[in-house]
Design a protein around this ligand. Structure first.
Ligand SMILES: NC(=O)c1ccc[n+]([C@@H]2O[C@H](COP(=O)([O-])OP(=O)(O)OC[C@H]3O[C@@H](n4cnc5c(N)ncnc54)[C@H](O)[C@@H]3O)[C@@H](O)[C@H]2O)c1
Length: 269
């Protein structure tokens, strides 16, 4: 029995990377999936490839009116919204706005990252709750990050926005419960999932493989994670199997948050 049979899911930032991987996994589990993104050409192409249970709508997550229109279109077409994945996010590394460290970041760069990551997630939660309220059930999944749990010296806005997403997830979960709704809200904290987001860090040239190996060597499991591994957690959180799970955050980081990178070691080992 497919785990998401008859469910309707909207995913933001789904033209590539983690969002696309989640779209594929949801379809494999029987859901109808609305992929959304600002990269319309790629988004449409990917939705077409995913087949008859996938469709594409342009949605810039910073634009509240577009959220209203998109969710209205989904409810008109499918009669309901069961699952929202607030996945769209940017690091700020690919902007022409300069450094992202706390001493040199411009206010504009700081605000642009927060607008996409945090405001986008806030708007998604706000309008999904309204759409899910008539049925009284639903699952909202917010993409936070390992960077929302620890400090990241060269990506201050990204880390701050992801920490706020993690916290807002808990607020949404408790609010919905207080309202007597079975609308659940949980977050995922991935780290180092090999997607196009990493191109700005590891490059796309001859040294790419060496950079991947160098970064991986600094992680407990000595490798990057995959979009399929993130999608598997998203399927669980979207499905009725996680019906009593709300306000929680799931780390998916190959052990990075399990301890410190320089633990004390007995002298004789
Ligand atoms: N890849 C990782 O290692 C990693 C780790 C932790 C968290 N995450 C988070 O997972 C999510 C997906 O990351 P990814 O690695 O797949 O990134 P990605 O850059 O490969 O894909 C992000 C997608 O979001 C879209 N997008 C950007 N701004 C948008 C906007 N304003 N409105 C709608 N869509 C927009 C892009 O067009 C792109 O298709 C992000 O929130 C990211 O912060 C990723």
């Amino acid at each position: 029995m497919p785990r998401l049979k008859n469910k309707v899911a909207l995913i933001t930032g789904a033209a590539q990377g983690i969002g696309l991987g989640i779209a594929q996994a949801f379809i494999n589990e029987g859901a109808s999936v609305i992929l959304t993104d600002i990269n319309d050409e790629l988004g449409k192409e990917q939705a077409d490839k995913l087949g008859e249970h996938a469709s594409y709508i342009h949605l810039d997550v910073c634009d509240e009116q577009k959220w209203i229109d998109t969710i209205a279109a989904v409810v008109k077409e499918h009669g309901k919204l069961d699952i929202l994945v607030n996945n769209a996010g940017i690091t700020g590394f690919d902007m022409d706005a300069g450094p992202q460290d706390p001493e040199h970041s411009s206010l504009d760069a700081w605000q642009r990252v927060h607008r996409t990551n945090l405001d986008g997630t806030f708007l998604g939660c706000k309008h999904a709750i309204a759409a899910m309220r008539p049925a009284g059930v639903g699952s909202i999944i917010n993409m936070s990050s390992r960077s929302g749990v620890v400090g990241i010296p060269r990506a201050g806005a990204y880390a701050s926005s992801k920490a706020a997403i993690r916290n807002h997830t808990k607020t949404v979960a408790l609010y919905c419960a207080e309202e007597g709704l079975q609308i659940r809200c949980n977050s995922i904290q991935p780290a180092a999932i090999l997607t196009p987001m990493w191109d700005a860090t590891i490059g796309t040239g001859d040294d790419r493989e060496a950079n991947i190996a160098k970064f991986a060597a600094g992680t407990p499991m000595n490798r990057f994670g995959t979009v399929e591994e993130v999608a598997a957690i998203a399927v669980y959180l979207a499905s009725d199997e996680s019906g009593y799970t709300t306000g929680t955050d799931i780390n998916l980081d190959g052990g990075m948050l399990a301890g410190v990178s320089t633990p004390p070691v007995p002298k004789n080992t």
